[in-house]
Design a protein around this ligand. Structure first.
Ligand SMILES: [Zn+2]
Length: 143
């Protein structure tokens, strides 16, 4: 029988193994600076977050919730993650990551499009609520 401490150590090692496997699969480097040290998993758009990343690792790799959640994430090193969080906090109502993904033309296409929001969300790789924000005229940061 395992002691509680052994059990905790076992679980931690298991989670780290799954996390590392995912990082390796994704290329294992920071999307901002390319560093492969102190990597963290970051929700590219925090508004689409359904569950904390820590919870994701308890799901099997083929679990659709896990796949969907990780699909929304990017890899950042600790330094770049902190930088990004600071920028977001400086602009609490704007400057979210999704805004950086649009060019001025794309934003105007979204605003002028008669297509369903869902179709546009898939095309631009954005959340439906983000498309709605653009349609309502919320600002975006041109690329
Ligand atoms: Zn970095």
């Amino acid at each position: 029988m395992r002691t509680q401490e052994q059990q905790r150590a076992y679980q931690l090692a298991w989670v780290q193994k799954r996390r590392q496997a995912w990082l390796d699969e994704q290329g294992g480097s920071c999307i901002d600076c390319g560093s492969d040290e102190a990597l963290e998993i970051d929700h590219a758009d925090s508004t689409t977050k359904m569950m904390p990343i820590a919870q994701v690792w308890s799901l099997s790799p083929s679990n659709t919730k896990r796949i969907a959640e990780l699909a929304k994430c990017v890899i950042r090193c600790h330094a770049c993650h902190v930088k990004k969080t600071l920028v977001e906090n400086e602009h609490p109502s704007g400057a979210r990551h999704w805004k950086a993904k649009l060019t001025a033309n794309q934003a105007s296409d979204i605003r002028n499009s008669k297509e369903p929001t869902k179709v546009l969300a898939v095309r631009y790789g954005m959340h439906v609520s983000s498309i709605n924000k653009v349609r309502r005229g919320a600002s975006y940061r041109p690329v």
